[in-house]
Design a protein around this ligand. Sequence first.
Ligand SMILES: O=C(O)C(=O)C[C@H](O)C(=O)CO
Ligand SMILES: [Zn+2]
Length: 276
Amino acid sequence: MEFRYATHPDQAQAFTTSELRQHYLMEDLFIAGETKLIYSMEDRTVIGGIQPSGEPVTLETHEHLKAAYFLERREVGIFNIGGQGSITVDGQTYQLENKDCLYVGKGNKELLFSSEATDSPAKFYLFSAPAHTAYPTQYAAFKEVEGDHLGSSEQANERVLRRFIHLEGIKSCQIVMGVTALKQGSVWNSMPTHTHHRRMEAYLYFDLDANARMFHLMGRPDETRHLVMKNEQAVLSPPWSIHCGSATNNYAFIWAMAGENQTFTDMDQVAMDELR
Ligand SMILES: O=C(O)C(=O)C[C@H](O)C(=O)CO
Ligand SMILES: [Zn+2]
């Protein structure tokens, strides 16, 4: 498990490109047969990827969690961004197709991740946060979740935002999580941009062409910085930071938040005039 400490906006102002990447970018999340986890001090979230290949992969606890098992005091939201796969939670198996979601609550001891076929492995993206109570494990199929149609082709930001784990959907203690997919020809996400001082957020960009690049914007609204990102990389957004971007192609992204509240619409909108 890798660790990322929380950063102050004044520090971020002085970060070089490589320091920005070191603190906020999460690369190589999907490695065959492995579990990659990053513990962020931003709301004590754990973000990572599991790509099973051959044998099922178990989500193990870590010595720094000081927990008998990973979900002893945590909950986790999981999306499959790869081929068909399954997750077995304390003996109960859930099949996940591409972009399907599984929420697993506090107290579940054994999580086993499997791919249906090694030539098109499942890729499980995980976002975990501390939990105060146990909510039931719940599965949601991508095709059954209705989305909000946002943006327009004129503004190059026509997209469908689907909420999976949220106050009116799958119940959780802290996690709010979903997928936004951009239409062909649209490249901008989350613009006009926002912050939410009550919650941190992470974006995982996927379904982006291998040669395309995402120019992700972060920082205080009046001190923006950018990170150049590739397909299947994720980025941390501290509560004080904007988070939006534009890519050289369309793509999808999983957004996940944890913190003070779960009100999706509780955002501090940033006026275009404030951006620097
Ligand atoms: O397309 C969008 O706009 C988003 O998906 C925005 C994210 O959901 C977000 O940043 C929520 O706070
Ligand atoms: Zn946000």
